[in-house]
Design a protein around this ligand. Structure first.
Ligand SMILES: [Cu+2]
Length: 652
């Protein structure tokens, strides 16, 4: 739940681990991630221009996206214009700027009014120190039988925006809930319930203390067995068919550029598939856009827990350092990435992502031919790009999966530890159990897992055989027939009724089993060998939709959850579904704001926004650690090829 290098801070608090020495490399492509040397240029330019001082906090520094047309036209002989986007909080004000890295020049610097950036690492530490030195909080802790403040660990969240009196002031406030660490069972199973400290980070003071009464601290849960020592093989040799060139990765007939952005994590760009000697474009850029995790407990110490993990914490720089042979196969290609931390110091995370090939044991296709009494099959091999983010109690495993059949799948696995609430009931037969579990389920004596959702929003800038695309919706509808008119006595069938989405409002769609539809990005100017427009289909997988009304206060900041699918005309500044600064935002930013003009999305460069959702009713088996729950969707070639693309290729 925290952002840049919170892992570092966490570890600083409880142990000591150091990160690898930053490495630099020459840029080879306009989309390459910023290097340590470039980050140093950013801080030097801002320092020279007098825009920052020691008190300044860097909220986000990443590659300023170069103009798309210039990237598409780019040749290695062109040279590379490099610019960094910078968001800095200085003297309680947010500023955004662009730094020209080659010229070492500040191109723009603007104040952004009334917004709050994601959590800074020092605020994570400040959350602990503000409460610990407050006498009222100390008294509340003592009342709960805790003698040693060192046994208390606190975790900050942001207050959201709920039309409270103090929501107007845009103060930088944190909501601090604490846990008792004094057992072997881990802190997440020992919440100090009924106590919430609201802290003012700017004034380094307690803003309000809410104490709704003592609840016994639960005894955690069964200890999680110590992991077996794992072999930690040196990197490589990479034995599969992956080849790399700078940040380019090629496998089978796929080729793409992979960067790790500090805010959204992996960004896959210029994704193409080689078809009969032609490199055919599938997607210009794809990445996570936002994660929304609202809890459904309306009580005073819980109601605000509606986390927007990308905008409130940032997930890219919080990627877990992965180990080959444990988080990824032993022969995986391990990738590093550098970020600028909140104080303007470059850091590098080694193994922040891995890339590997695997045989799934499934068939890409198979067939038994009766006339020859023989069968054929093609083994299913795929390439996985893996990134794992650590968000406090939860962990998300994000896999982008490429298949030989031309599909690109995205799989998000939720795991880690559920957010728990201490309750008086120890058994469901206890008198107060029904009330205690109105918004939760009892998962251990005195410990409840609170109902919540996970929504994963993805930004998918598909360019199917080029940028000029349309969204075609094939609606499958029941058709009544009159047997008297036909040759056969059939009375009902279903037919596909295709319609092109002309404007943004036509593309605000959700899954509906009774009224199914295929969502396809077509290129109206390119046809396959029988004259159908080439396309890629966005095939949703297991998903859920918000159960709350569009206008509900909880969802105003995350209105993108109102539909599974949105489509917008390409606009470089539109990157985050809940807006650039969803923290404390009154709501309506991002997709609802952009689509208010109901722009044309026909035969132009379009971007899809897809949200996979999950209602999480917590079960006993989710404790003490939650088995991975996967959500997946697929970008599937649909008339993109003239036939099954694996038929003409030899398999692995
Ligand atoms: Cu969950």
């Amino acid at each position: 739940m925290t952002r840049t290098h919170r892992l570092c801070l966490w570890l600083l608090l409880i142990s000591t681990i150091s990160f690898a020495v930053p490495a630099t490399s020459d840029q080879q492509h306009p989309l390459d991630s910023l290097t340590v040397a470039e980050y140093e240029t950013v801080t030097r330019v801002l320092g020279t221009a007098g825009k920052i001082d020691k008190s300044s906090r860097f909220a986000l520094v990443n590659l300023a996206q170069p103009e798309k047309e210039s990237v598409l036209r780019w040749q290695p002989s062109d040279g590379i214009a490099r610019q960094a986007f910078v968001a800095v909080r200085h003297q309680r004000q947010m500023y955004e700027g662009i730094v020209d890295l080659a010229a070492e020049k500040l191109l723009s610097w603007e104040r952004v009014e009334g917004v709050q950036p994601a959590l800074f690492d020092d605020e994570f530490v400040l959350s602990q120190t503000i409460v610990r030195r407050d006498p009222a909080w100390q008294e509340a802790i003592a009342k709960r039988g805790i003698e040693n403040l060192k046994d208390v660990f606190c975790y900050p969240a942001f207050p959201g925006n709920f039309d409270r009196d103090w929501d107007v002031g845009n103060q930088r406030l944190g909501m601090i809930a604490c846990y008792h660490t004094g057992s072997d069972n881990g802190l997440w199973g020992r919440p100090i319930e009924g106590l919430l400290a609201i802290v003012d980070y700017d004034n380094k003071a307690l803003f309000e203390l809410i104490d709704t009464g003592v609840v016994a601290i639960p005894n955690g849960g069964p200890a999680i067995a110590e992991p077996q020592p794992t072999a930690n093989p040196a990197r490589g040799p990479v034995t599969h068919r992956i080849s790399t060139n700078g940040q380019w990765i090629s496998w089978d007939r796929w080729r793409f550029h992979l960067g790790i952005d500090p805010r959204v994590g992996p960004v896959l760009s210029l994704v193409s598939f080689e078809d009969a000697g032609r490199e055919r474009s599938v997607m210009y850029q794809g990445s996570v856009s936002e994660l929304f995790v609202p809890y459904m407990d309306p009580t005073r110490t819980w109601y605000f827990r509606t986390y927007l993990d990308v905008g409130e914490y940032g997930i890219g720089a919080s990627g877990v350092p992965l180990t080959a042979g444990r988080d990824c196969p032993a022969d995986a290609l391990m990738l590093d990435a550098s970020f600028l931390n909140y104080r303007g110091k470059p850091t590098t995370t080694t193994g922040i992502a891995c890339v590997f090939e695997r045989l799934t044991g499934d068939a890409a296709w198979s067939h038994f031919e009766v006339r020859q009494q023989g069968s054929q099959m093609r083994r299913h091999a795929e390439l996985v790009v893996r990134f794992i983010v650590w968000l406090g109690n939860y962990d998300y495993v994000l896999d982008w999966i490429f298949t030989e059949t031309g599909s690109l799948k995205v799989r998000v696995g939720a795991t880690g530890i559920v957010l728990t609430k201490a309750v008086a009931s120890r058994l469901m037969s206890d008198a107060g159990a029904e009330a205690d579990t109105a918004y939760a389920r009892l998962i251990a004596p005195g410990l409840a897992g609170v109902n919540h959702d996970h929504f994963f929003s993805f930004r998918l800038d598909l360019d199917v055989d080029g940028p000029r695309n349309s969204l075609l919706i094939d609606r499958l509808r029941q058709v009544e027939l009159d047997p008297a008119d036909g040759e056969a006595p059939r009375r009902q069938i279903w037919q596909a009724f295709p319609a092109v989405a002309r404007r943004e409002s036509d593309a605000q769609l959700s899954m509906n089993l009774r009224q199914p539809a295929l969502w396809r990005v077509i290129n109206p100017s390119a046809t396959n060998h029988v004259g159908n427009p080439v396309s890629y289909q966005l095939q949703p997988g297991k998903s859920a939709r918000t159960l709350l009304d569009d206008g509900a206060i909880v969802h105003r900041r995350a209105a993108f959850t109102a539909h599974h699918l949105w489509a917008t005309p390409y606009e470089p500044a539109e990157r985050y579904a809940a807006g650039d600064y969803p923290n404390r935002h009154p709501g309506g930013a991002g997709l609802p704001e952009w689509t208010a003009a109901n722009r044309s999305i026909q035969n132009t460069d379009i971007v899809l926004w897809y949200t996979a959702g999950m209602h999480h009713v917590v079960r006993a088996e989710d404790w003490p650690i939650m088995p991975l729950v996967h959500h997946e969707f697929e970008l599937r070639p649909f008339d993109f090829f003239d036939f099954n693309p694996t038929v003409s290729e030899s398999g692995p």
